[in-house]
Design a protein around this ligand. Structure first.
Ligand code: SAM
Length: 260
């Protein structure tokens, strides 16, 4: 029982929700669909019916053995979805790479991070997550839950919370609400960023102390003298007294640029 909990095994028991999740990415016979955590196959059948090729990544060997005979056309791999290299996936001719999954909540964030990093390879994703995490990823500037996860995800992806799913849709029911994120990779970053690692450092430092002013948060997080942080912000046209949660992605890019 505790192993099942550790693996986040809450199986979807509503076929209408499974269809609605797959509908978000609308697989066709030309597409490769990668399913994360197929479990007992609630989404797998729907994907197999619609996508040209399905690759399913499951970490539980017992479930892998049960899935293989049920879905002979699906390539079921015993694999850890946190460390799978989604960036190496190649789209079939004329098709797309899609990622779909009802993610294990215990490791939802590292799996999400690995998928987000593959914006050059993955065209679209539909991922069920803990609702609070999904809302943070999709949050706009000014929102209470807007943070580094929102900025870093939205640099390369169009993100929206597409469905909200109650605990009763799963067996056993989780203790938290769930939501499905629909992610679409942008053809180019939302704003031009010369050095993405520097951009990420700035964003993380700004939100690490979100109650502080930007000048204080950046000085502390980046090890800068207060005056240098204030001058950089002023040069980027950003009031040093603002809080990180009010900055747009464009403004973060401007600040990072001037820190070079
Ligand atoms: N897709 C199924 C459904 O909707 O009913 C199962 C979803 S269940 C929330 C999460 C699934 O992910 C489980 O089958 C679990 O064994 C699997 N899992 C947990 N950690 C994993 C990991 N690191 N890599 C791949 N699969 C994992």
């Amino acid at each position: 029982m505790s192993r099942r909990r550790a693996l986040g095994q809450h199986f979807l028991r509503d076929p209408a929700i499974a269809r609605a999740v797959v509908d978000l990415v609308a697989p066709t016979a030309a597409d490769l669909a990668v399913e994360i955590g197929p479990g007992e196959g609630a989404l797998t059948g729907e994907l197999a019916r619609r996508a040209g090729r399905v690759l399913a990544l499951e970490v539980d060997a017992g479930l892998v053995e049960r899935l293989r005979p049920r879905f002979p056309a699906v390539e079921v791999r015993l694999a850890d979805a946190r460390t799978w290299d989604y960036r190496a996936l190649a789209a079939p001719p004329g098709g797309r790479v899609l990622v779909v999954g009802n993610l294990p909540y215990s490791v939802g964030k590292p799996i999400l991070a690995a998928v987000l990093a593959a914006h050059g390879a993955v065209a679209e994703a539909a991922l069920m997550l803990q609702r609070e995490v999904a809302e943070r990823v999709a949050a706009p500037p000014g929102s209470r839950v807007y943070g580094s996860l929102s900025v870093l995800a939205q640099l390369h992806w169009d993100v929206r919370v597409a469905l909200r799913v109650p605990p009763g849709a799963f067996r056993p029911p989780p203790r938290v609400d769930s939501a499905v994120l629909h992610l679409r990779a942008l053809p180019a970053p939302r704003v031009a960023v010369a050095d993405e690692r520097r951009f990420e450092r700035v964003v993380r430092a700004a939100f690490a102390q979100r109650r502080k002013t930007l000048a204080n948060a950046l000085a502390a997080g980046l090890g800068l003298p207060q005056e240098a942080a204030r001058a950089t912000l002023a040069a980027a046209g950003v009031d040093p007294g603002r809080r990180a949660e009010t900055l747009t992605i464009l403004e973060f890019a401007g600040v990072a640029q001037r820190l070079s």
